[in-house]
Design a protein around this ligand. Structure first.
Ligand SMILES: *[C@@H]1O[C@H](CO)[C@@H](O)[C@H](O)[C@H]1NC(C)=O
Ligand SMILES: *[C@@H]1O[C@H](CO)[C@@H](O)[C@H](O)[C@H]1NC(C)=O
Ligand SMILES: *[C@@H]1O[C@H](CO)[C@@H](O)[C@H](O)[C@H]1NC(C)=O
Ligand SMILES: *[C@@H]1O[C@H](CO)[C@@H](O)[C@H](O)[C@H]1NC(C)=O
Length: 347
């Protein structure tokens, strides 16, 4: 009898040890998972037309819950699908968080990056010693190893930092790459292979690529974009914006094409902490939202500190220690926009 209680007590205690990570969790039940290539082209060798290369396609990995909701969440970072998978301390990332809530989850690698790295053209790789740049670009602090005091990162955990900075792939921030990514993604969107109720969750330069995807797609499968710290916006050609192209925009498209963005039922541009209103990209996000709304759309800018009281979020809030709270805001957004329905009780 006492042995039984002792074992029970041990069991409780050993669970207590892990309680930091314990939360009421429903299991992840999948109907299926898999992946496919999409877009791209086949080119012939200059030496022999019989020797071909299939290249410049994108790669989509998917996880479909047993009883799925209607909205497909397509997770898109310009150079790391890993950031969607885990929190900085290894805890639960958006992928599992939203699979538990029965959303179909897709992880996208655009042409030439990640698991789609078979380019049609010669590529050069020159190491650019980017650890310092990663620290600053991902807004862990104002300068290298100088963390924001309230940052949602396990700053004492060198392993976590090593994981974070190694999570990035070579990122190709050129006009050509933005076009290639949005070409392949728009074909994927129109194909029906990722459902007819798509919401892109993007980070960083992925935001510009997703906006261009909505501009290029021809049917109504894309419903929304939630862009975390989007670096790059798309504008119509009637507002005197000077296009800068490259990997970070601004991109200027004919008004008729811009109106396709305004057709999406919900767009949200989300900012982490320590992003001043005067910063060019914050200003661009406000102007882009205003123009989208002017043409009948529904875009908002959400600053996690000012509007939601969440402090210390980085460039990648969905991987931050406080990502459950950021995820709760996404839940609300999906709900408010009627994007949380289940696939088969919608009648
Ligand atoms: C290409 O293939 C065709 C048909 O198999 C063959 O007749 C031709 O000789 C090949 N050409 C080259 C350059 O290998
Ligand atoms: C959408 O239609 C335009 C005009 O026909 C075409 O150029 C473009 O390739 C189409 N987009 C996709 C993703 O098929
Ligand atoms: C457009 O912007 C340019 C550069 O910012 C400025 O010089 C020009 O006057 C503007 N034109 C109009 C019609 O507002
Ligand atoms: C616009 O978006 C907001 C915030 O996501 C949402 O609450 C609202 O219902 C949307 N409005 C329409 C007309 O769809």
């Amino acid at each position: 009898m006492w042995a039984f209680f002792a074992i029970l007590l041990l069991h409780v205690l050993s669970h207590g040890v892990h309680s930091e990570d314990a939360r009421p969790q429903s299991p992840i039940m999948l109907a299926k998972s898999g992946g496919f290539e999409i877009g791209g082209k086949t080119v012939s060798s200059p030496a022999s037309p019989n020797r071909t290369l299939s290249c410049d396609h994108g790669y989509m990995e998917y996880f479909i819950p047993w009883r799925p909701r209607k909205t497909s969440l397509v997770m898109w970072h310009s150079s790391s699908s890993q950031v969607w998978q885990n929190r900085w301390d290894g805890g639960e990332g958006y992928k599992d968080m939203f699979l538990r809530r029965n959303y179909p989850v897709y992880l996208w690698d655009g042409p030439r990056v990640g698991r789609a790295n078979w380019p049609c053209v010669p590529m050069n790789y020159t190491p650019y010693y980017g650890d310092r740049l990663n620290f600053i670009s991902w807004n862990f602090g104002p300068s290298y190893m100088n963390w924001w005091p309230d940052v949602q990162f396990p700053t004492q955990d060198n392993y976590a930092w090593q994981q974070a900075t190694s999570a990035r792939y070579v990122e190709i921030d050129t006009t050509e790459n933005v076009e290639l990514h949005s070409d392949a993604a728009s074909i994927a969107a129109d194909s029906g292979k990722i459902g007819d109720n798509i919401v892109y969750l993007t980070n960083s330069a992925g935001g510009l690529r997703a906006q261009m995807t909505a501009v290029k797609a021809n049917n109504t499968n894309i419903k929304g974009i939630v862009a975390y710290e989007s670096i790059g916006y798309v504008f119509p050609d009637n507002v005197n914006i000077t296009a800068r192209r490259g990997g970070f925009g601004p991109y200027v498209v004919p008004l008729e094409q811009f109106k396709k963005l305004a057709k999406l039922s919900a767009i949200q541009f989300v900012w982490g902490d320590h992003r001043d209103e005067s910063w060019d990209y914050v200003r661009q996000s406000r102007l882009a939202a205003k123009l989208i709304n002017q043409y009948g759309g529904n875009a908002t800018v959400l600053k996690l500190r000012d509007d939601a009281g969440l402090k210390g979020n980085t460039h990648i809030p969905f991987a931050d220690l406080g990502n459950a709270k950021v995820g709760a805001l996404l839940d609300t957004f999906l709900e408010e926009n009627g994007l949380d329905e289940y696939a088969y009780d919608s009648k």
